[in-house]
Structures are given as C-alpha cells and as structure tokens.
Ligand binder design. Structure first.
Ligand code: DOR
Ligand code: ZN
Length: 359
C-alpha cells in the first residue's frame, strides 16, 4: 500500500541541541522535512540576537540551507531585550519566542514563572508585530502558596494563564506546544483558531499514556514533559490530532538525551528521541485512526501557514513496508541516544509500518 503527500513535511517543534549532539540528530529531521522550528533551550539558552545568529551559523555548518530551513526561536527570559525581539523578528533572525516555566523541564532555569508571563513586556511588541508566542503550557508552582503543583496537573493549571494572555493580548499569535491533558484538548477544540491559537501534537502523546510510562516499573525512555496523562487524555489528543482541524499540526518534540542521563540511578532526563521516524510514526497514528486523508494538512500545511510560510510542494510517497530500528544513535565522543523503537533484543523492537519510499 502507498500513500502520497503532495507537499513536504514540516517539523513544528524539535530539539537539536548543539555540538556533537546537533551533528548526530539534525540529519534525521532534514531527511524528512523541508524546514522546522528549532527549540532554544540549549546550554546556555538562545536569549540574545547574537546567541540566535551563532546558533543558526552552527546549524548551517551541519545542515546547509538548501537541505533544510531551520527557523530559530528565542527563549523568553527576564533578560530578553524588547529591542532584540522586534529587530530579530523583522530581520528574520528568529521567528517566535518560547515560554519555559522556570524549573518545569529540561534547561528551563532561565525561564519565567507562569504567573509572570502575562506581564512580560515582550508580549505587547510581539502582538503588534505578529510574532508568535510558543508555550510550554504548564504551571509548575502555585503563585499563592509557593508550593510545587502536582506533575499531572501542571498543564490544566496553566489554562487560566492562557485565558489571561488571550484577554490581555487579543491579537497575539499563540501556539500551545505538545498538548497532553484532557482539559487542554477540550480548550483547543473550543477555541482553536489557525491564525491565533494553534497547538502541536507529538507522536508520544497520541500513542502512549501514563500506563505505558509506568509499565514494568518505569520506562525512562518514555519519560517526557509534559508527562503522559491518562489513556482518556491520549485518546482525546489522538482524536483531535488526526481530526484535520486547521489549528493542529505536527511537532515531535524529539528531544535527545544521552542514555546515561535517561538511565541514571538518580533522576531521569525528560524527552523522547523520535526524529528518526517522524513521518512513519505520524502515518501510523493517522492510519490507525482511519484518517490518513488528514495527514497532509497536519504534517505539511498547517504548520507553515501558522508561521506565515508557504507550504512547500513536493511528492512524498509513503509505503507500507515494515521495518525495525536496529541500532542506537551514536554521538561523536562516545555518547549514545536510544531512538524510539530500538531494543537490544530484536524481538522487542517496535515494528514501524510505514516508510518514505526512496526515489
Ligand atoms: O520532554 C521534554 N524534553 N520536554 C521539554 O519540554 C523539553 C525537552 C528537552 O529539551 O529535553
Ligand atoms: Zn520541546
């Protein structure tokens, strides 16, 4: 069986990191997509325009512009300069700003508290110039008590902040990244708007629930933020994600970590590496939902449109031909990343159903 996309896939949310890790992972995305949104939570994060230009330069050394259009995002922090935000957007150095709730996820210590976000001075300027705000939509600390919010409640506890943002900045373009909770799925269904309020959906949040995360104890390679929720929430995102709504698009949140950080005896880095099988896995989910006919909008059209870019025409033939991932991803220097679906024991490897047909 074959399925043809008439446009090239676009990655709406990916972590490429820097140095040897960047070199190891970026080619996987570039092989499948024409462009994508590169997340800024490197170490140190992309806060100034100079950081953004240097990051872009580093990417270009690995992946030339003609192979992939990398769209750089700024990291919203207390240090963010309003002047940089405006100049960087108008000159095309960066395309959006990303909010990280301080302390909620990987490399988020330079982020800001969720209750402070609506008053960040950059938002007014972003609303005025049409620059999107990307949200890691979680509230991890309760403003009034100063106590940590339960990890499973963090996304729905962010909804009041989202409502406030929409009230204070009615023209601001907002993207809720990697939606996971039932409440957020319902909020998006009610308020989603392809020009003003969109969301990205990952592979893992449509395929796995917290039952899978806790299977046989704990599965560190499935641990990611926001944490996978109940099966009902996963089903809601699978339904919404494959619905063909113009305000939803692919963003893998593929987030590589070396195995020693995932399999550590003391803590587990959050993030799944799915970039190697982005298109096959989204095709798998859409086929299972009986909605392959909505895949093109989700994978190729809606993302670029939100960012004011033209979807890129091009024929991609997907072929249903099973395969397994047979090796770890090696990083120069000796580290390894465990890609989704790989297992040391061949019979335990995930069976990928789809692949991109080689020309
Ligand atoms: O699982 C995640 N990993 N979620 C995030 O928000 C960040 C990402 C990372 O950078 O590792
Ligand atoms: Zn992310």
């Amino acid at each position: 069986m074959e399925y043809i996309l008439r446009y090239l896939p676009f990655e709406g949310h990916v972590h490429w990191r820097q140095g040897a890790m960047l070199k190891a992972v970026a080619p996987y995305t570039a092989r499948q997509c024409w462009g994508g949104i590169i997340m800024p939570n490197r170490v140190p994060p992309i806060i100034t325009l100079d950081d953004a230009a240097a990051h872009k330069h580093e990417i270009l050394v690995t992946i030339p512009e003609e192979d992939f259009e990398s769209l750089i995002v700024g990291y919203l922090s207390e240090e963010t300069s309003i002047d940089d935000v405006r100049r960087g957007f108008e000159s095309g150095v960066w395309i959006a700003m990303k909010f990280y709730p301080r302390g909620a996820t990987t490399n988020s210590k330079e982020g800001i508290n969720s209750w402070e976000l609506p008053f960040h001075p950059a938002l007014k300027v972003m609303e005025e110039i049409g620059m999107p705000l990307l949200l890691h939509a979680e509230a991890n600390v309760d403003e009034s008590t100063g106590k940590e919010i339960d990890i499973y409640d963090r996304e729905y506890r962010f909804i009041p902040v989202l409502e406030e943002l929409r009230k204070l900045y009615p023209r601001l373009k907002i993207s809720v990244e990697h939606g996971t909770s039932l409440e957020m799925a319902q909020f998006m269904e009610e308020h989603g708007d392809p020009k003003k309020l969109v969301c990205t959906v990952t592979i893992q949040h449509m395929m796995f629930s917290r039952q899978d995360l806790h299977k046989d104890g704990f599965q560190p390679h499935m641990m990611c933020y926001p944490i996978p929720k109940r099966a009902e929430a996963m089903m809601a995102w699978r339904k919404l994600g494959t619905s063909g709504k113009p305000y939803i698009f692919a963003g893998t949140d593929s987030a590589p970590h070396p195995t020693h950080k995932k399999e550590s005896s003391c803590g587990c880095a959050g993030g799944m590496f799915t970039a190697h099988a982005m298109v096959p896995l989204y095709a798998h989910i859409f086929e299972q939902a009986g909605r392959l006919h909505n895949l093109e909008e989700f994978l190729c059209i809606n993302g670029p449109r939100f960012y004011g870019l033209e979807p890129r025409p091009g024929l991609v033939t997907l072929v249903k031909k099973p395969w397994t991932k047979q090796s770890m991803v090696a990083v120069n220097g000796g580290e390894k990343i465990r890609p989704f679906g790989y297992h040391e024991e061949p019979e335990k490897r995930f069976r990928f159903e789809w692949q991109i047909k080689k020309p």
